[in-house]
Write a protein that binds this ligand. Structure first.
Ligand code: GRF
Length: 202
């Protein structure tokens, strides 16, 4: 079986990307990293790992549709079969899902469906939850609503700030995300409506 080609979308420092890179094995490879931010640390990590790093600078496109088209082209040009959104902070237009719907994963730093959106960690903390966590799910047009693949709880500690809680959640995301990608690569994710069944390894 040849390694699954995974394209990664990232906007930030790219520590999740790094975890995905570090966990590569015979089941998957990273074929391209695409960022909407020219200075994103994720791009440097890609270069260091000898993976093509493509910038689709959101500000340089006339519309979200054009931006989305460039992202899709960067992915298809490099043969991406699965896409992992890893801290990618831009919404993509519906055209994206014609190309990669059903085969894009996302990681969210809260226990969905609670606290969706860009401020999940802050919102959970502000609500006073005692437990938050990490969710790896299929990305759909409806933000942070797609079928959930795996989740893990992270207890909130007295005195936690958004930064301290987010860092503990990210430790979990870095462990769960490569596992989810590997499950997909091994053909072990079966989606039935909103539910994802993890099939036993053969
Ligand atoms: C992760 O917590 C991800 O869930 C969120 O952004 C963070 C990415 O961090 N959307 P990094 O840039 O990979 O370090």
């Amino acid at each position: 079986m040849s390694a699954l080609k995974v394209g990664v979308l990232a906007s930030g420092t790219g520590s999740l990307l790094q975890a995905i890179l570090d966990a590569r094995d015979a089941s998957y490879e990273v074929c391209v990293v695409v960022s909407d931010r020219p200075g994103a640390g994720a791009l440097d990590r890609a270069v260091r790992a000898d993976v093509p790093a493509i910038v689709c600078d959101f500000a340089s496109f006339g519309s979200r549709e054009e931006f989305t088209g460039a992202v899709v082209r960067a992915l298809t040009n490099h043969g991406a079969e699965l896409v992992a959104s890893a801290g990618f902070m831009r919404l993509l237009s519906p055209g994206y899902f014609e190309a990669y719907g059903g085969r894009t994963l996302n990681s969210h730093p809260a226990l969905l469906p609670s606290f969706p959106g860009a401020r999940g960690v802050r919102d959970a903390l502000a609500h006073g939850v005692k437990v938050s966590g990490a969710t790896i799910h299929f990305m759909t047009l409806d933000t942070d609503s797609g079928p959930i693949i795996v989740q893990e709880a992270v207890p909130v500690r007295d005195g936690d700030t958004e930064e301290t809680l987010h860092e503990r959640i990210k430790e979990v995301e870095r462990r769960l995300y490569p596992e989810a990608i590997r499950l997909w690569a091994q053909g072990r994710l079966k989606v039935e409506g909103q539910r994802v069944h993890v099939l036993p390894s053969s």
